[in-house]
Design a protein around this ligand. Structure first.
Ligand code: ASP
Length: 334
């Protein structure tokens, strides 16, 4: 009997030690997020929505669900919240409309899906998932992407569903500055001044089978030109997942993230140079990207279930939940 108990303890302990750590990490955008810009109420509302997103994603993992469904639950909550630049609360394009981008990737088989410039799909992350699961393509854009999502039965809304007062004010500020300068196109600085306060949303998770998934969703950048597409729907730039290295979701000035292939570069350093995820992300975000003038941040997950959050801006809405701890934060010094 004693022998049997010892055997059970040994194998039980072994099985537990071998069990994959489930974990999820999220972001709600990076930028010039400073204490004097947010009221206590705003701060609490944002943190509460971050927490809801984390809890929803973690619950999927805790129940044995897969990482793809976990990140979708988390991202959907942030898309439905007016506090983030994704879904409801998306920024305005130069003509005063909303065009949304999203992508998703699975680390076990490198399957991916993305939509760019959708105008009527309520939850772009669900459309990205449909592209991955039920189309032979990786990225669909514009009206074709909306038509596809409608055909797949996803909820459609009027474009003004995405309106919020705060984003409209940001649009008006850039519009006024641009017109005052009598320029056809707002300068990058004009756009960044308004935009670089809040951003995009994203999530990366690892499930009990050790599968990593990453996803990102955004309204893009305030006053973006017609049809402008940022890094968020671009696999390898704003989103990447590979069980052999890591999963990444990015937020920041998309043009830089595309040119520096940020998400893939981080995973490549982990895979080919045997670096830790933290080191790889520090190198790409704090050195490469920063010295090139690119502002933003990333979240990520390694195959052991260790979350990573790195940004070269004053703040990033962010949080993670592991078996040991759960945190949400906004500013760089917390
Ligand atoms: N990366 C997004 C874009 O360039 C914006 C953001 O993250 O805030 O579209």
């Amino acid at each position: 009997m004693k022998k049997l108990l010892l055997t059970m303890l040994f194998f039980g302990g072994w099985a537990m030690a071998d069990k994959q750590n489930i974990s999820i990490v999220i972001h709600g955008g990076a930028g010039t997020i400073q204490r004097d810009q947010l009221s206590t109420e705003q701060e609490q509302a944002i943190k509460s929505d971050l927490q809801k997103a984390l809890d929803a994603g973690y619950e999927v993992l805790a129940k044995g669900g897969d990482s793809t469904q976990a990140i979708i639950s988390a991202i959907k909550i942030m898309e439905d919240s007016p506090h983030f630049n994704a879904g409801k609360g998306a920024v305005y394009t130069k003509p005063g409309k909303h065009e949304l981008d999203a992508s998703i990737m699975r680390g076990n088989d490198l399957q991916a899906g993305a939509v760019a410039g959708v105008s009527y799909t309520k939850n772009p992350i669900l459309a990205a998932e449909q592209v991955m699961l039920n189309s032979p393509h990786v990225m669909l854009a514009g009206s074709g992407a909306d038509t596809f999502s409608k055909l797949k039965g996803l909820e459609q809304v009027e474009n003004n569903y995405f309106d919020t007062e705060a984003r409209h004010k940001a649009w008006q500020e850039v519009d006024a500055r641009t017109k005052a300068k009598d320029k056809e196109q707002a300068s990058v600085d004009d756009v960044l001044a308004a935009e670089f306060k809040f951003g995009t949303v994203g999530a990366v998770a690892i499930d009990q089978n050790g599968n990593i998934a990453a996803g990102t969703s955004t309204g893009g950048m305030t006053y973006k030109a017609w049809g402008r597409i940022g890094d968020s729907p671009v696999i390898g730039a704003g989103t990447y997942a590979d069980n052999r290295s890591c999963g990444i979701s990015a937020t920041g000035h998309g043009e830089y993230f595309i040119r520096y292939a940020v998400a893939h570069d981080i995973c490549a350093r982990v895979r080919y140079q045997d670096k830790s995820l933290q080191q790889a992300a520090d190198e790409v975000i704090m050195q490469e990207l920063k010295s090139g003038g690119g502002a933003g941040g990333v979240i990520g997950m390694d195959p052991a279930g260790t979350p990573m959050m790195v940004f070269n801006t004053p703040g990033m809405y962010r949080g993670y939940k592991t078996q040991e701890e759960s945190i949400v934060a906004i500013y760089g010094d917390e």
